[in-house]
Design a protein around this ligand. Structure first.
Ligand code: FEO
Length: 396
């Protein structure tokens, strides 16, 4: 099937209702996702991107039925990652002479993944245009590091549509297609998790890119990302939201993240959460047990938080591997401007708190000195240390 988007533009992607994880198992897609491809049918017929390899047969059959493969004059590859390019090898077997427009880095990613196949690749850069007929043009805008070096957006004049690739997307399967037809809270929940987990690491580039796009003075009536729903109603709302998110974003929230062996560290985690609420009733507090929680959701919460508290007991002179792994995950997302505290129980050597503090500091958190290190089970003196820890954690 295809879905009408605007005038001669259609959506022709794949709604991945069943998708549970993305980037291997790195990202939990509990609301599924979609891989959005688009068709422009002016004097020229242009296919913008494809879908992930497992759905290639459905996609190619659909394309054949809806438009006819031999009608496709050109293909725009906005990004080489397999969720969007995975169908290209099979499609190009059928239409091998069709020109493909992409960035120089996308040539590297396509040839790196699929080999040199003799495709008719045309390199484009910001400001380059492609006539699609009937007075309309595609204008290309490189989106380097949003989120790959090869990423690009394409803008369709006349219809004022920005095909933004991953930027402004959400892992959100929906039959509704447009932002004004879905629950706004759910949409923003997914858009935020997407930003936190995929784009936050590149926030400095987002911060530079948004004014560059604005400087092009292109009216934007619609933003068509490569995942999730299309921003049709007030499309600039998500651009304005990105401007806030890329600027060391934080809300009045604190996230407590921990793992535990014999429940002692869990008790401290809960006591810290209670104390935050006691000292600052308006602060939103969430507590996550790392091994049993949705990692994508945790990172979304950390992104929104002004501070975190991280807990692990000491095990074999270190911290639990779930916490060590979590710290490496947090390192990759490059959070900035957030405070952090560490806590944990120990029986013998007791290194975990110091190690967590050092790692938190190394990966960009502002670590406070106050901590809770409880020998065996947390005792009254350990709980007595929590108010000072929380006071500093909440201090602006
Ligand atoms: Fe949706 Fe970077 O791929």
């Amino acid at each position: 099937m295809r879905r009408h988007v605007k005038n001669n533009v259609s959506w022709i992607g794949y709604v991945d209702w069943e998708l549970e994880t993305f980037h291997g198992h790195e990202y939990n897609t509990k609301r599924g996702s979609s891989q959005n491809a688009y068709l422009i049918e002016e004097e020229k017929t242009v296919l913008i991107d494809t879908v992930w390899t497992p759905h290639r047969d459905v996609f190619i059959d659909n394309l054949e039925k809806e438009v006819g493969l031999d009608k496709i004059d050109m293909i725009v590859v906005n990004h080489g990652e397999r969720d969007h390019s995975g169908t290209l090898p099979a499609l190009m077997e059928k239409i091998p002479n069709t020109p493909i427009y992409c960035t120089a880095n996308a040539v590297k990613s396509l040839e790196g993944q699929y080999g040199k196949r003799g495709w008719d690749l045309h390199v484009v850069k910001t400001g380059d245009t492609l006539d699609v007929g009937n007075g309309k043009q595609l204008i290309f805008i490189e989106m380097r590091m949003l989120h790959w070096p090869d990423s690009m957006a394409a803008y369709l004049t006349g219809d004022n549509i920005l095909f933004s690739m991953d930027a402004f997307g959400q892992h959100f399967a929906s039959a509704e297609l447009f932002n004004d037809l879905v629950d706004r809270n759910v949409l923003y929940d997914e858009a935020l998790k997407y930003y936190a987990n995929i784009l936050n690491a590149f926030s400095p580039m987002v911060k530079k890119k948004l004014p560059e796009i604005a400087a092009l003075n292109l009216p934007i009536d619609m933003i068509c990302p490569s995942h999730g729903v299309i921003w049709r109603d007030d499309p600039m709302q998500i651009v304005e939201q990105y401007a806030r998110w890329c600027d060391d974003y934080k809300e009045d929230r604190v996230t407590v993240v921990y793992d535990t062996m014999w429940e002692g560290t869990a008790k401290i985690a809960h006591a810290i959460a209670d104390e935050i609420k006691a000292q600052s009733p308006g602060t939103v507090v969430k507590v996550y047990h790392i091994p049993t929680s949705d990692q994508t959701e945790i990172m979304g919460e950390v992104f929104r938080s002004k501070a975190i508290a991280l807990g692990s007991p000491t095990v074999i002179n270190g911290m639990l591997f779930s916490v060590a792994g979590w710290l490496d995950h947090a390192r990759a997302l490059k959070f900035k401007g957030k405070k952090a505290a560490a806590f944990g129980c120990y029986g013998w050597s007791g290194e975990s708190v110091k190690l967590m503090q050092a790692k938190l500091s190394e990966i960009g958190f502002d670590v406070i000195e106050e901590n809770v290190r409880a020998n065996w089970n947390p005792a009254e003196a350990d709980y007595a240390a929590i108010p000072a820890l929380v006071k500093n954690l909440l201090a602006e």
